[in-house]
Write a protein that binds this ligand. Structure first.
Ligand SMILES: [Zn+2]
Length: 234
């Protein structure tokens, strides 16, 4: 059976070789999503334990964020951009989960130890229907496996569908997203009291989407909110 299935895999690979998301070269059998070269040259941010790091600087002001971090530094024409593109537009859920695990392994045992719930930034139901999955939820799944805390996709919902953020400055982005998330009606704020939530998004650019999501918890007593993403603009 095993020999047959590996023969079949080899046959399938002949016609549909798995390619590296970063550089497009054919992957070896023990490589997943990224080749060794792309994997070893990822621009890792390595700021998990740094207070006042560049991710936290995006999130100053509005709702208070306890700690924030990211796996990679985001940039145009970079491997992180290609990874995010695969995750968002080509259905690469397992890639999202695997990157989430990588992030979780790095965050373990440090400033994020008191996190007790992981909250993926929700998509608007229309967008969710179109894409079929929420990429942040798959990142959260990977994180959850490593950090050992549950994913709570049932707390907050996106109540307004927003237009694209790309051509807006930070202030315009904030007014565009303020109030687009809300706690679900059935969620009791009492039950969230004293918890430490980790909000997870795929990319942090100005941080306005993440802050809008954090703002949905503003009526919860003594709740702590931290943030993590796969990539963030420096
Ligand atoms: Zn590669």
């Amino acid at each position: 059976m095993i020999r047959w299935s590996s023969a079949l895999n080899g046959f399938v690979e002949l016609f549909y070789p798995r390619l590296c998301v970063g550089c497009g070269r054919k992957l070896f059998q023990d490589e997943h999503f990224l080749c060794v070269e792309c994997l070893s040259s990822l621009p890792l941010a390595q700021v998990h334990e740094s207070e006042d790091n560049f991710v936290e600087q995006h999130l100053y002001g509005r709702p208070y964020i306890e700690s924030a971090t990211t796996l990679m530094v985001y940039g145009k024409e970079t491997v992180p951009q290609k990874i995010i593109h695969e995750i968002k537009y080509h259905g690469a859920k397992e890639l999202a989960q695997s990157m989430g695990r990588m992030l979780g392994r790095q965050m373990k045992g440090g400033r994020f130890s008191s996190v007790d719930m992981i909250v993926p930034v929700p998509l608007h139901p229309k967008r969710l229907k179109w894409r079929g999955y929420n990429q942040s939820e798959w990142i959260a799944k990977g994180l959850s496996e490593e950090l050992g805390v549950p994913v709570r996709s049932d707390l907050v919902e996106r109540v307004v569908e927003t237009s694209t953020q790309t051509n807006k400055n930070a202030e315009e982005r904030w007014s565009n997203v303020k109030g687009i998330f809300a706690l679900r009606q059935e969620v009791s704020t009492e039950g969230l009291k004293d918890h430490h939530l980790l909000i997870v998004d795929d990319v942090i650019t100005t941080g306005s989407t993440l802050m809008a999501c954090a703002a949905a918890f503003s009526h919860v007593d003594n709740v702590k909110i931290s943030a993590a993403s796969l990539a963030a603009v420096n």
